[in-house]
Design a protein around this ligand. Sequence first.
Ligand code: SF4
Length: 338
Amino acid sequence: MIPPSARERMEKQQYRFVGNHSAVKVCGWTKNMLTQKGGCYKFLFYGIRSHQCMQMTTSMFCANRCTFCWRGDKAPVSRDWYGPVDQPSVIINEASEAHKKLLCGYDGNPKVNKQLVEQYKDIKHVALSLTGEPITYPLIDEILSEFHKRKVSTFLVTNAQYPEALEKIQNCTQLYISVDAPNKELIKEVDRPLFPDYYERLLKCLDILKQKQFRTCIRLTIVKGVNDTDLEGYEKLVERAAPDFIEVKGYMHVGASREHLERSNMPMHDEVKTFTEQLLDVFKNYEVVAEHGPSRVVCLRRKGGPKRYIDFHRFFDIVNKGNIAGASDYSSDRMMPN
Ligand code: SF4
C-alpha cells in the first residue's frame, strides 16, 4: 500500500508498519504523560489516560488531500480499498507490540514514574486517527469489537466520505466526523476530495451519525482566514448530525501542511475561544464544558446530553454482552477509572 521510499521516510519519523495496511506511531502526549508533563486534551475532556493510549490506523490511504493535513501530497490516496485484508486480532497484536517497542526506552528512564511505566504496557485506549482513513478497512466493525473484547476503548475519526462503512459500525466508544469547512465550496477548497460527490457523502454521514446511539463528536479544525467564516453553514451541518460533543480546534502549522498554509493561518488559543463564542451565538444547543490551551481546543457539549467523562467499565459491560451502547449509559460527571 505504501511505496518503499515513502515507507522509509515514515519509518524515520517513527511510524511502524503493521501487516499489509496498518501503522502505529506514539503520540507526543503519550510521552508527555509518561514524563509527567501532562495529559492530552482527551484526558482532560473525557478521561482517556494518554500514557495508555495507542495511536494507529488500519488504512494508509485517504480519499482527501486536506490542505491542513501534516501528511503531504506524497501520502497515498484512493477512493477504494486495494490489496490484502489483515485479520483484526493479527493487527491488534502486532500494533500493540510495535507500540510497546517504541516506548521501551522509557523503561529505565529515571524521569518516569515506575507505576506509569508498568501502565503504558497495558493499553487501554486506541485512537484510530493517525493517518489515512481507518474506516475504509473492510473489517472496521470487527476490529472495534475485538478492541472492546480486550477492554480497550475506541475513538475513531472519519472524514465522512464512506457512508456505507459508517453505517455498519455497531459500537464505538466515541465516533468522530471531521467537518473541515462550513459549505460545499469551501470544503472542496480545504479538503481537495477525490470523490466528485464528496458533499453528498458528507451529508449522508452526518445523517448516519445522528442515528448512532453511542457517543458522537464533530471536530471543527479552524484555519484562520480560511474556514473561520459562515457560522450558519457550520450550524446547518452540525445540527444535521446533532453530535453529543463538538471539538473546536485550531489548525497546527506542522508537517506538510506548511506547503499549503502560512503560520499566520494558525489561530492562537484565545482566537479559537473567540471563534467558539461566535459559534455559540448560532449553536444554541451547545455549551462550553472544557478547554485545553496547549492543543488550542475547546469542548462543547450538547445541552442535556451525556456527561463528558467516559465510564469505561460500563461501556465494556454493555457492548461485550452484545448490546448497543447508549451515550448516557456510559457517561459520568467525574473522571472514571479505566
Ligand atoms: S487520545 Fe489522541 S491526543 Fe490523546 S494520547 Fe491518544 S492519540 Fe494522543
